[in-house]
Design a protein around this ligand. Sequence first.
Ligand SMILES: C[S@@+](CC[C@H](N)C(=O)[O-])C[C@H]1O[C@@H](n2cnc3c(N)ncnc32)[C@H](O)[C@@H]1O
Length: 214
Amino acid sequence: MNLDARRYADATQRNRQPILEILQRILPPEGNILEISSGTGQHAVFFAAELVNHDWYPSDPDPLSRDSIAAWRNHHPSDNLHDPLDIDAMTSCWAIENEKISIDAITQCQAFCLIANINMIHISPWKACLGLMAGANRLLSAGGILYLYGPYKRNGQHISPSNEMFDRSLRSRNFQWGVRNLEDVVAIAESEDLELQEVVAMPANNLSVIFRKQ
Ligand SMILES: C[S@@+](CC[C@H](N)C(=O)[O-])C[C@H]1O[C@@H](n2cnc3c(N)ncnc32)[C@H](O)[C@@H]1O
């Protein structure tokens, strides 16, 4: 294991505590959590250490991110933190479904109590949001939660000048990226049996968006 594979993101370090406080409030007492787009793995090691009654399954389609997640896990091992999975939200069948990964707890219940997706849907094509919602519908247990975090427009309007600038820089990097309109995201979620429960204003003009599987 190359410990230098660990990557570091400032924003992840800053937003982890406010996100943890939301997760602690909305999670059931125990269960499996799937994280889509774990990135560096900093969130995974932090949340798994705090949420000891839950099993945390990180994932990312990027091999260097998976190396980073594994390296962070090696540095801060938790019994409830699992190997990173190779999941691309855009695909219609995720690794955890088609590779028949032998995770006893998951194969027994075939479901997660929460899927977490932090800062992805504006930095990926819209198809990733569609795939995320479809996957959440397939893999969440009834009453399970899809937790999203990131910047959003509301009714087509940016909620701050800094978000507008960020949106412009995202689109200049990749025409398929951009800050999404919350109402569009909610419409897709509803088409996948995910009902909007709560929108929470978070630091730095981000939102926590919480859906519940019907
Ligand atoms: C800005 S990073 C956020 C990482 C982490 N969630 C965090 O907050 O630190 C965006 C992540 O989304 C991942 N990503 C991009 N497209 C994706 C897709 N189609 N499916 C799953 N993850 C994707 C990238 O590999 C990257 O790790």
